[in-house]
Design a protein around this ligand. Structure first.
Ligand code: ZN
Length: 452
């Protein structure tokens, strides 16, 4: 079920090679958060995350803020009865009287958005519109779940942005931010708001507040909703779409002509004035309900036809989490370069915090799967970005932070891993390239070239 019988075609991206070569001579990452991460690596005493995860903070007892929040939510610091009443009040306020859509649920019809949409419709009597920002490349499992979700009685809209421009944005984000996933994140947030403004639907329901569930700012910990002004800081790493467009032009990846004709509305929030006029509210379902992803899987399997994948996703141990995009593992594998942890860590953290596995089990899972390279999707990823394998590793190695990795006997090794065992990921011949022993980042591409 991993791959639909589709002959994917990716045209060449027509990049101006002269401009590109010139640009990389003074290449500097735009991922500004890298400068704010501690050099010394420390792991949470309760879960398996390290302090290298941006925005995660530790208390004096060595416990990360996501684990602190998990304690609150499971052990009585939150009055869930009161919050249930707040949700009912909110729904009473916004519920449509003429069957028009009264709320939007952004999501992919995975287990989390399925439970939100289903409960809003059947438990709270709302008229939700499911809004999906298409994955880069749909997986068979993801599309099947979307299809079955719609067949179980929901209205949905899928947005596909311009394929060439989307690929170019992913390519720029991969090189400039070390994260090809970023254009997806832009649209995931913004498209739902664009649709809300156009259809005049004043309420958007996100699933979880990622900042408190996974570690980050506690600014909104006791708040049900988010302001658009939070986005730039929380989700876009200090630089938004405009930077990708401007730099993409300088890099020769975009042409002026292309930018003149292109429409990037899907990636950007509607003007603040429109949001204010509509009195658009964006609420997290996880504020109102105890958020336990594994329970959502059982719920969605029962009510919306959700099925787990037949095999686990490469780089992790799960079969029912973030299934819909074949390129998803590359978001995690690039994060692995910067922070030394991958998708298995993220999922083990959630399972430990929810009490499904022990910390020891989590450590073993991380050791086994975190560094597993997503070989199955690799050719598609290279085609999607229109890069060679050699170029891929050049960018990846650029993002290896030297407090996380060390280069010994021709192999890259993690300096510290939660299991305290040896992990090797990536090889470069030492005759080809030498990295400085000190310093935060490996050299820029052009410096690497000089060393070849
Ligand atoms: Zn923790």
């Amino acid at each position: 079920m991993n791959r639909m019988n589709i002959n994917y075609k990716f045209c060449k991206l027509n990049i101006n090679k002269i401009k590109y070569q010139e640009y990389v001579k003074s290449f500097k990452t735009k991922d500004l958060q890298l400068d704010n991460i501690p050099q010394k690596i420390v792991f949470c005493k309760k879960c398996v995350i390290s302090n290298q995860r941006p925005r995660t903070e530790f208390n004096e007892e060595g416990i990360c803020n996501a684990c602190v929040y998990a304690q609150w939510k499971f052990f009585g610091k939150i009055d869930w009865k009161k919050r249930e009443q707040e949700l009912q009040d909110l729904c009473n306020k916004y519920r449509s009287k003429d069957n028009s859509f009264d709320c939007i649920v952004p999501g992919s019809a995975g287990k989390d958005s399925s439970i939100v949409t289903h409960q809003l419709k059947y438990k709270y009597g709302m008229r939700p519109l499911a809004v999906t920002w298409a994955p880069f490349i749909y997986s068979a499992a993801g599309y099947q779940n979307y299809f079955n979700f719609i067949q179980s009685g929901f209205d949905g809209v899928i947005a596909y942005p311009n394929g060439i421009l989307h690929r170019k944005l992913a390519r720029i984000a991969f090189e400039l931010k070390g994260d090809p996933w970023e254009p997806f994140a832009f649209g995931q947030k913004a498209f739902a708001m664009q649709l809300a403004a156009k259809f005049r639907i004043p309420l958007v329901f996100y699933g979880e507040n990622g900042e408190v569930e996974y570690g980050g700012s506690f600014k909104n910990v006791n708040k049900a909703f988010e302001d658009p002004s939070d986005w730039e800081e929380l989700y876009y790493k200090g630089t938004g779409l405009q930077v990708l467009l401007q730099e993409g032009l300088k890099m020769g990846i975009f042409t002026e002509e292309e930018l003149k004709q292109a429409n990037f509305e899907f990636y950007q929030a509607p003007p603040l004035k429109e949001i204010q006029e509509l009195k658009l509210q964006m609420h997290w379902f996880s504020y109102y309900k105890l958020w336990v992803p594994q329970e959502h899987f059982y719920y969605a399997a029962k009510h919306t036809g959700f099925e787990a994948n037949v095999e686990r996703t490469q780089g992790t141990y799960t079969k029912f989490v973030s299934l819909d995009d074949r390129l998803d593992p590359f978001h995690w594998i690039t994060a692995y370069m910067k922070f030394g942890y991958g998708r298995a860590t993220r999922e083990a953290c959630t399972d430990i915090r929810c009490g499904h596995i022990t910390r020891e089990e989590g450590v073993a899972l991380v050791h086994r799967y975190d560094h597993e390279f997503p070989e199955d999707m690799f050719p598609e990823f290279l085609d999607y970005l229109d890069i060679t394998e050699d170029h891929f590793w050049k960018v990846m190695d650029h993002y290896r932070r030297l407090n996380v990795w060390e280069f010994i006997k021709g192999k890259w090794r993690l300096r510290r891993i939660v299991s305290n065992k040896d992990v090797v990921f990536g090889e470069i011949s030492p005759e080809r390239i030498q990295f400085p022993q000190q310093g935060l980042h490996p050299p820029a591409f052009h410096e690497q070239e000089k060393l070849l």
